[in-house]
Design a protein around this ligand. Structure first.
Ligand SMILES: Cc1cc2nc3c(=O)[nH]c(=O)nc-3n(C[C@H](O)[C@H](O)[C@H](O)COP(=O)(O)OP(=O)(O)OC[C@H]3O[C@@H](n4cnc5c(N)ncnc54)[C@H](O)[C@@H]3O)c2cc1C
Length: 265
């Protein structure tokens, strides 16, 4: 039987959080091991322009930025396993933690869990095909792409109101679509949204014919990932906007993954 490898630090996940942890722990001479998954680089691999990261005055393409973060961590001795962690057993008594990659077991003094999060999807037509091309999950990241456009946001909590208020500074109109008559958002956030001239609250709504029409049209995205026509709407769970950039993400995110089972022993 092969000897079980023991590490100082195992980092699971390869988004900005994972590679940042790798950078700091490698510079502390802890020789971290990153289990980065097959589709390394995290959510920013799905996007084109990242404009809010300090140090890039002209913006940067998401995949390019993730390559740079990876290279920077590697420069200080970070090692990578381009595979999925399938199971984690965290020690409760200060002993070694156990991380599994399939049948391979790795023991570690510390484990950093940085597997990111997944957006809750609506399951509507066009949602997957138009991700990053009109369907967005982050107004702070993407609102500037929707200047003078009609947009819609799905949700009724504080996040939806926050996204709507931010987006309203760029978009000509923001329609907040919510399935119940009452909102979960805090009163102050709701008041701010109501007081914003170009925000419309549409409730109770689960599906509207205009969105259905657009989403159906969205099944065939324009050739070469071109920007959808002005004035059209697309749809997503959080922020729904009409058209971000005209380029395709270079590494489309395709595979849905499940997190490793984590247990404390
Ligand atoms: C389309 C899009 C555009 C965005 N644009 C911007 C922007 O312009 N500016 C901005 O600030 N933010 C933006 N964001 C948000 C940003 O991508 C996230 O905030 C950020 O990626 C979160 O980083 P993270 O490291 O926590 O997780 P993630 O980036 O989600 O990375 C998690 C990583 O963990 C890996 N992983 C998961 N499970 C396992 C496992 N079992 N084993 C091994 N690896 C595993 C995944 O493969 C992934 O690499 C955007 C998001 C999207 C989807």
């Amino acid at each position: 039987m092969s000897e079980i490898q023991t590490e100082n630090v195992v980092i699971i996940g390869s988004g900005p959080a994972g590679y940042t942890a790798a950078l700091y722990t490698s510079r502390a001479d802890l020789q971290p091991l990153v289990i980065e998954g097959f589709l390394w680089g995290g959510l920013l691999q799905q996007t084109t322009d990242v404009e809010n990261f300090p140090g890039y005055p002209d913006g940067v393409m998401g995949p390019e930025m993730m390559q740079q973060l990876r290279d920077q961590a590697e420069r200080f001795g970070t090692r990578f396993i381009t595979d999925e962690a399938t199971r984690v057993e965290l020690s409760k008594d200060g002993g070694l933690h156990r991380v599994f990659v399939g049948d391979r077991e790795i023991r570690a003094r510390a484990v950093v869990l940085s597997m990111g999060a997944d957006h809750r999807k609506l399951g509507v037509p066009g949602e997957v095909e138009l991700a990053s091309r009109g369907v967005s999950y982050c107004a702070t990241c993407d609102a500037a792409f929707f200047r003078e456009k009609q947009t819609a946001i799905v949700g009724g909590g504080d996040s939806a109101m926050e996204e709507a208020i931010f987006l309203s500074k760029f978009a000509s109109k923001v329609t907040v679509i919510h399935r119940r008559p009452e909102f979960r958002a805090s009163q102050i956030m709701l008041d701010r949204a109501r007081a914003t001239e170009n925000i419309e609250l549409l409730t109770p709504t689960t599906w509207s014919p205009s969105i259905r029409a657009t989403a159906a049209g969205a099944r065939s995205p324009p050739r070469g990932c071109a920007t959808p026509r002005r004035g059209k709407r697309a749809i997503s769970r959080s922020t729904v906007c009409s058209s971000p950039s005209a380029t395709c993400p270079t590494r489309p995110w395709s595979k849905a993954r499940s997190p490793p089972t984590t247990t404390a022993t």
